[in-house]
Design a protein around this ligand. Structure first.
Ligand code: NAP
Length: 283
């Protein structure tokens, strides 16, 4: 019997760890299904949606740069996907409706909890104001005390802050990316998140000066959304200063687990999560 087909789309797509993760979940949870990577170029997302019936694809994950294009093609959206214009998981219903979800935001929240941290009551400093920041910040804003966006292009930080002001009750600030300004913001923060690609494998750019971390509130958790390398220079510096740290691998795992639940109706159990985590860590 043919397995139900699932996909992950992106441009490029060869590097995606979603197939190996989802196929581990299918095997461990004894659920029928197989995920394959499909290279969908920019501008071809609507055509991909039109091909779902013919290709027999029941659901799929969406990675860069298609999260907004996918949102525009869905028939229904969950709240985070609609408000933040970002879809990373699509499921087809029996009525052939494409329902779009954002599992990045809830995935990071679950990952943070899994590592023993919480957004509740925190003053969170987010470095970056790109595609992933709106969904994650919107979810943080439900329980955090304040959120500050620091970004190289300050207007993008301002827009992210305005978005939260419009849609949440959270106190929100924005600032630029100079070391002095980052130091001042860090001194007021109890949680720090890197949502830029600085320090990522394959990216040349690095933080030029990490001394703003010296000003961060003692014991504040420091999170890097990057998972390759496992320990960036940013995380290594924070560790040296005795901050508890986490990288982006558990977020990758948990957004995948939530996607699997949308695909199959079943959340991967602890054994499946651990098996997939080990495979991702060594991939
Ligand atoms: P994006 O939309 O491309 O945004 C990148 C952000 O980084 C922008 O705010 C950009 O600032 C800033 N930036 C880029 N180069 C910079 C530099 N040289 N100096 C200072 N700032 C710089 O990317 P994204 O989708 O938001 O993703 C951000 C990070 O999160 C990436 O590292 C990605 O791998 C990671 N991520 C991880 C997961 C996971 O599951 N762990 C999921 C999603 C994303 P400007 O506005 O000035 O350009």
């Amino acid at each position: 019997m043919n397995q139900p087909r699932y996909a992950v789309i992106g441009d490029p797509i060869g590097h995606s760890l979603s197939p190996v993760m989802q196929n581990t979940f299918f095997a461990c949870m004894d659920q029928p299904g197989e995920m394959v990577p499909i290279h969908v170029k920019k501008g071809e997302v609507p055509a991909f949606f039109s091909s779902l019936e013919e290709e027999g694809i029941r659901g799929f994950n969406v990675t860069m740069p298609h999260k907004e294009a996918a949102m525009l093609c869905c028939d229904e959206l969950d709240d985070v996907a609609r408000l933040t214009r970002s879809v990373n998981c699509v499921v087809r219903t029996e009525e052939k409706h494409a329902v779009g979800y954002n599992t990045d935001a809830e995935g990071l929240r679950l990952a943070v909890e899994r590592e023993g941290f919480s957004y509740e009551g925190q003053d969170i400093l987010i470095l970056g104001a790109g595609a992933v920041t709106r969904p994650i910040a919107y979810t943080m804003a439900q329980t955090a005390r304040s959120i500050t966006f620091a970004n190289r292009t300050q207007s993008a930080a301002e827009e992210a802050a305005d978005f939260l002001k419009e849609h949440t009750e959270c106190v929100t600030f924005s600032c630029d990316f100079s070391t002095e300004v980052l130091s001042a913001a860090a001194s007021e923060s109890t949680m720090l998140i890197n949502a830029t690609p600085l320090g990522m494998q394959g990216v040349d750019a690095q933080f030029e000066d990490l001394s703003f971390l010296d000003a961060l509130t003692e014991n504040a958790p420091v999170i890097d959304l990057i998972y390759r390398p496992a320990c960036t220079a940013f995380l290594a510096y924070a560790k040296e200063k005795n901050h508890p740290v986490m990288n982006g691998l558990t977020m990758l795992l948990m957004q995948g687990a939530l996607s699997f639940r949308h695909f199959t109706g079943v959340m991967p159990d602890e054994g499946a999560l651990k098996a997939a985590y080990e495979i991702l860590k060594n991939a």
